[in-house]
Each structure stands twice: as structure tokens, then as C-alpha cells.
Design a protein around this ligand. Structure first.
Ligand code: NAD
Ligand code: UGA
Length: 335
């Protein structure tokens, strides 16, 4: 795995709680915090050892600074876990734009909104100084290809995006109470990728199609553009948000490479030397044509700029995925 891109100047908190710690971004964040001496309590419904993101990271493996609580945020007692934490990184969530239309919508509401309410109540009661919450570029809606600044009017066009907007605004409502000692930084992540990326996401599926020869399902014409953001860059911004000066606010975490889905396919083909078979299907409702972050506020507030370009980041993800596929094949062979 690539070395973390956090600069030496980044201040790491002494004690942190990470919700969603067994997830894609949460597991990278946990590993980076542990590598830099932060004591971490991870909370997740899943066991990080068996989660799909499963990083084989020595820092997270058996570290005396690491404690994982496998539980549901909707029901567990949160105050004992948060006691003494300098920061809560609230990354647990039900992600994914397309499935949010159907019966699963109640799950989005439960975790993205109701669990967030519990997190904020517990953080305020235990006087946690800062909550950093994972919001989403999807709250902007179709931005017409122009850069989205944090003060743009949100126009979410999927049920998922509506819950993410509600999630960040709910956090701000708590933080605005006169008796709340907690400030909130909501990070609007833009399509994050890298080793361990969720298997429903496009770059994962493209690299997998290249490795296995199975067809890639492409929604629409492939001209959709995303501000693809490498996971180590995302983690660097997230850590910086823990100690960012000032009070509550929103920060875009996006960029590194603005590219189309066709560009992603081309890079995957060139990295693997294999042709990808494409199966075109109708574009899904709620899928925006383009995202593009206005990066200026992140630069000013966090001193953060993305540093990994799409080809280098996809190379790291391909390496991870190939090793995972290899372990699965060998495992099956031995069974
Ligand atoms: P992920 O699904 O890999 O991780 C989320 C984790 O939250 C999972 O491990 C899941 O088990 C856990 N979780 C969900 N509900 C829970 C509950 N009730 N109690 C305990 N644990 C629970 O997703 P990810 O891609 O790592 O995304 C992390 C966060 O970032 C999410 O909030 C997502 O909405 C947001 N986000 C992600 C992206 C992206 O491109 N990946 C972009 C924008 C925003
Ligand atoms: C991603 C994450 O999945 C969301 O959790 C997150 O909130 C969002 O980024 C964000 O930036 O806020 P998305 O941009 O839709 O959402 O990322 P992908 O799921 O990787 O999809 C990217 C594009 O590829 C979309 O246009 C989608 O339609 C397309 N796609 C995806 C396919 O053509 N085929 C697939 O199999 C998967």
C-alpha cells in the first residue's frame, strides 16, 4: 500500500473515535491514525478483519492503541466509548446513490440520520471538542460541470443525497445549541477510490472486469465525470479537519483527477494490457452527469491539496485487488 500522504506538519489527535471503522475510508483512517500514535476506538457493525476493505495493516493489527467495538450505532451505549476522546470521526453510513430509491431507503434514514442523532447527542454530553462527519458531493446535485463551492445551494437528486444533507445539517443544529461544546466539520467527499474501495463503485468494477474478463456494466454513455479522490488524500484532509481552526463548517474534499468513466476504462486497459468488454445499460435516476469540487476552502482551512493522480491511484488499487483475487483463488484451491 502507498505511504500516507499526510505531511509531517499534520497534528494527530491523542484519542479518537472512528465510526464506520471497518468500512473503506474508515479502515484507512484508522490505520493512518494508529501509525501516527493516536489511540483509536473503532465502532462498526462489521469486524474489520473480515470486512471487504480488510487492509492488512500492521498498525491496526494487534496495536495496543487500537480497540474495535463491533456494534450498531442505533442501539449501543455511546457515551462510555466517547468519554475522553478529542475527536469523533463519524464515517459510518449507508453509502451508494443508486440503491437508495428502493426498499432500502429506510436503512439510509436509520443510519445516516437516526444514528447520527445518537452520535451528536453522545458527543455533546461527553464534551467531545470536534466531530468530523463524512458528507457527500452528491448534496450539490447536477452542478452543470462548474466547480461546486460550499456555499452553493444544495440540490440533491437522490434519496441518498437527501439523507447526507440531512445528516450534516443535523450535526450543525446540535453544534449551534448554546450548551453544546462540540464543533462540527462536515467534509463533502467526492467519489473516493483506492485499495479496498467498495465493490459497488465504478473503479473497483472496472479493474475487476479487466482482471477477470467479465463484462463491465456501464450506466449511460460513460461521459459522466467525477472528481475522483484518492483515499490517502481523503484521509489526510479528514485528519486535518480534527484540528482545523475556527468553528463549525463545510469543506469540500475533492480532486486530484477530474475524469470521465471512459477515461477510467482507458487507464484500466492500459494498466492491465487487457480489453474490457462493456455492457451498456440505461443511466440510473439520481446519477449526476458531473462533479467538480471548488478546492479553495479546503486549501485555506486545512492547508490541504490532493496529491495523487488517477493513474497512480488506480495502479495502487489494481495491485491490492489483484492480491485479494489471488488470495481468494489460492484459498479456494486449498479448500
Ligand atoms: P463503507 O460502506 O465502506 O463504510 C461504512 C461503514 O459503516 C461500514 O463498515 C458499515 O458496516 C458501517 N455502518 C453502517 N451503518 C452502521 C451502523 N448503524 N452501526 C455501525 N456501523 C455502521 O462506505 P465508505 O465508502 O467507506 O463511506 C464512508 C462514509 O463516507 C459514508 O458515510 C459515506 O456516505 C461517505 N462518503 C463516501 C464516499 C465514497 O466515495 N466512498 C463519498 C462521499 C461520502
Ligand atoms: C460515490 C459513492 O458511491 C457515494 O457513496 C458518494 O456519496 C459519492 O461518490 C459522492 O461523491 O458523494 P458515485 O459518484 O455515484 O458515488 O460513484 P460510483 O458509484 O463509483 O459511480 C460513478 C459513476 O459510474 C456513476 O455515473 C455510475 O452510474 C457509474 N457506474 C457505477 C457504472 O457505470 N457502472 C457501475 O457498475 C457502477
Amino acid at each position: 500500500m502507498a505511504e500516507p500522504t499526510t505531511t509531517p506538519a499534520t497534528a494527530f489527535p491523542g484519542r479518537a473515535v472512528v465510526t464506520g471503522a471497518a468500512g473503506f475510508i474508515g479502515s484507512h483512517l484508522t490505520a493512518a491514525l494508529l501509525r501516527n500514535g493516536t489511540s483509536v476506538v473503532g465502532i462498526d457493525r462489521r469486524d474489520p478483519a473480515t470486512a471487504p476493505a480488510a487492509l492488512t495493516d500492521a498498525a491496526a493489527d494487534g496495536s495496543p492503541l487500537h480497540h474495535h467495538v463491533r456494534t450498531d450505532l442505533l442501539t449501543c451505549a455511546l457515551e462510555p466509548v466517547m468519554q475522553g476522546a478529542d475527536v469523533v470521526f463519524h464515517l459510518a453510513g449507508i453509502p451508494g446513490v443508486r440503491p437508495s430509491w428502493g426498499r432500502q431507503f429506510s436503512e439510509y434514514v436509520h443510519t445516516n440520520i437516526l444514528a447520527t442523532q445518537r452520535v451528536m447527542e453522545a458527543a455533546a454530553r461527553t464534551a467531545v471538542r470536534r466531530v468530523v462527519v463524512a458528507s457527500s458531493s452528491s448534496v450539490y446535485g447536477p452542478a452543470g460541470g462548474t466547480p461546486s463551492a460550499e456555499n452553493a445551494l444544495p440540490q440533491p437528486v437522490s434519496p441518498y443525497a437527501v439523507t447526507k444533507l440531512a445528516e450534516e445539517q443535523l450535526c450543525f443544529a446540535h453544534a449551534a445549541r448554546a450548551d453544546c461544546p462540540t464543533s462540527v466539520v462536515a467534509l463533502r467527499y467526492f467519489t473516493v477510490y483506492g485499495p479496498g474501495q467498495r465493490s459497488d463503485m465504478f473503479i473497483h468494477r472496472t479493474l475487476r472486469a479487466a482482471l477477470t474478463g467479465q463484462p463491465l456494466r456501464l450506466y449511460g454513455d460513460g461521459q459522466q465525470r467525477r472528481d475522483f479522490t484518492y483515499v490517502d488524500d481523503t484521509v489526510a484532509a479528514t485528519v486535518a479537519a480534527a484540528t482545523a481552526p475556527g468553528g463549525s463548517g463545510i469543506v469540500n474534499v475533492g480532486g486530484g483527477s477530474n475524469a470521465s468513466l471512459r477515461d477510467v476504462v482507458d487507464i484500466a486497459q492500459s494498466l492491465t494490457g487487457r480489453e474490457i468488454r462493456i455492457h451498456r445499460v440505461t443511466v440510473c435516476p439520481g446519477d449526476v452527469p458531473a462533479t467538480l469540487a471548488d478546492p479553495r476552502h479546503a486549501q485555506r482551512l486545512l492547508g490541504w491539496k490532493p496529491s495523487v493522480d488517477l493513474r497512480s491511484g488506480m495502479f495502487q488499487q489494481l495491485h491490492f485487488l489483484a492480491a485479494q483475487e489471488h488470495r481468494a483463488t489460492v484459498g479456494h484451491g486449498e479448500a
